[in-house]
Design a protein around this ligand. Structure first.
Ligand code: FMN
Length: 459
């Protein structure tokens, strides 16, 4: 029997050293070059050389100012500040690659479905079908107040809005333009047949959008849908809509429990258990020997900014840790911010975490699990997490950027390929084909966007 094949994404943000706080000043880090095209071109070419599925570009629309109720620590330590636009760098990367996908993060809480649909369809055309969308509902108060709200919407409402948001964009992407609407018929002076360009006439609680869509059908129509909700509501949302989910876990056991839960919820939505691909995030720290890798880990941990990470963790969890004793245990609460980031430290079955310990951990790779060792050891763990943890792929975070990607591609990817668990060539033309198999350019027929029997629910 052929071995389970894994998929890989690179995890980045349009900020200096976004996921390893303070490493912008590390001698190997080039993250301060995020405002130059060369940085993105280099990154994309490295990932395509490593046959990655996609580059996942995280994003926030506000500052990390929960800590001390101001943005001082975020500005001083470059904690996702500056935060440049995640979509504008994509065409430059697409121009120097043929297969790599691009997954920008855009928030359903602050975008409008009509313009977002146009933006992503445009990118899907320009990349020839290599765009995904990381659907987020946003968690920072600073985003809400800068985007014209008095305060952050409650999580329940954010997800309800996201649900309706997706109904609208599905109608625009899937139904507005018939496949044969564009005719390019010079003899009859017809670019597109107007009878095949439909209004969508959406009227709902949050949005009224008559349509039609402003863009003719793109190679994938709906971009590949990524999501990363960890709360029960977030998981149900993912199970209903997502084609891939991102997760952060400390342990194989925690991952296995998460995957089982997501697959059960996906089946409850009338989809197949494996219709949602699960990508745990890992931070690789690679050495020629195990001892060298651990020395490197130690040195990197010492380069992390304590105060910067405290501000990151405060933003992630919604708790102002400037008020905490560093040796105090982190308490288990329900947060309006990112539940998964708090759960990592409050629901760990193996131990309790003090603030100091959590900060030390969170500073590298946003607190995700570290795979430390030789390329062979790292490949062993990847294989273990894919088989015993049922992961479909991995989201590779970085310490220094883009050097972490370069090391992973040069040292770990050949090991995975030699084991027959990772592609040596891309399978398809579009991102969805590379993730789900040749011929799968469009959403699966059992996806809610495509199920006419659910029309009552959607339209
Ligand atoms: C690996 C990972 C990456 C994420 N990236 C982003 C991001 O770039 N921007 C964002 O606003 N939220 C991001 N999130 C947050 C979630 O998408 C979600 O909006 C948030 O977790 C709140 O919902 P929840 O409590 O259901 O998890 C990320 C979460 C995880 C686990």
């Amino acid at each position: 029997m052929s071995k389970k094949q894994i998929h890989l994404n690179g995890f980045i943000q349009n900020s200096p050293s976004p996921h390893s706080t303070g490493l912008w000043k590390h001698e190997k880090d080039q993250g301060t070059g995020h405002n130059r095209l060369e940085y993105w071109i280099d990154t994309a070419m490295t990932l395509e050389r490593g046959r990655f599925d996609a580059l996942f570009i995280a994003d926030v629309l506000g500052t990390y100012s929960v800590y001390g109720n101001n943005h001082d620590a975020a500005a001083k330590h470059a904690v996702q500040l500056p935060a440049h636009d995640p979509t504008l760098v994509i065409p430059a990367m697409a121009a120097v690659t043929k297969h790599l996908g691009f997954a920008p993060t855009i928030s359903t809480t602050y975008a409008q479905p009509y313009s977002l649909a146009r933006q992503l369809s445009t990118l899907d055309h320009l990349t020839e079908g290599r765009v995904a969308w990381n659907v987020v509902t946003s968690y920072l108060e600073s985003e809400a107040v800068n985007m014209g709200l008095e305060q952050r919407l409650p999580k329940e409402m954010r997800y309800n809005r996201a649900d309706e948001f997706l109904q609208v964009v599905y109608k625009l992407w899937e139904d507005s333009w018939a496949e044969d609407a564009v005719q390019y018929d010079r003899e009859n002076d017809t670019f597109a047949d107007p009878d095949k360009v439909h209004m969508i006439n959406h009227r709902g609680e949050f949005f009224n959008v008559p349509g039609p869509h402003l863009v003719e059908p793109s190679p994938q129509r709906t971009p590949v849908l990524f999501q990363a909700g960890a709360s029960p509501k977030g998981r149900d949302f993912a199970a209903k809509h997502a084609e891939a989910v991102f997760t952060k876990n400390h342990s194989l056991e925690a991952l296995a429990a998460y995957v089982k839960d997501i697959r059960e919820r996906t089946v409850a939505q009338g989809r197949n258990a494996d219709d949602v691909k699960v990508f745990p995030m890992i931070l690789p720290i690679i050495g020629e020997t195990e001892a060298e890798a651990y020395e490197k880990y130690e040195a990197l941990q010492n380069s992390v900014s304590y105060e910067g990470t405290a501000s990151l963790l405060s933003g992630h969890t919604g708790i102002d840790f400037s008020q905490y004793d560093p040796d105090q245990y982190i308490e288990d609460i329900e947060t309006e911010a990112v539940q998964g980031n708090l759960d990592m430290y409050t629901k760990d079955p193996n131990r309790k975490w003090t603030l100091r310990e959590a900060i030390k951990n969170h500073g590298l790779g946003n607190g995700t699990v570290k795979f430390i060792g030789t390329p062979v050891q790292i490949a062993d763990r990847i294989e273990e997490w894919a088989t015993e943890g049922d992961a479909d792929g991995f989201n590779i975070a970085q310490t220094y950027s883009p050097g972490t990607f370069e090391e992973f591609v040069d040292l770990v990817v050949p090991e995975l390929q030699a084991r027959g668990i990772y592609r040596t060539e891309y399978e398809g033309e579009t991102l969805r084909e590379n993730m789900f198999g040749k011929g799968r350019k469009h959403l699966a027929d059992n996806h809610p966007a495509k199920r006419p029997n659910l029309a009552g629910q959607w339209y």
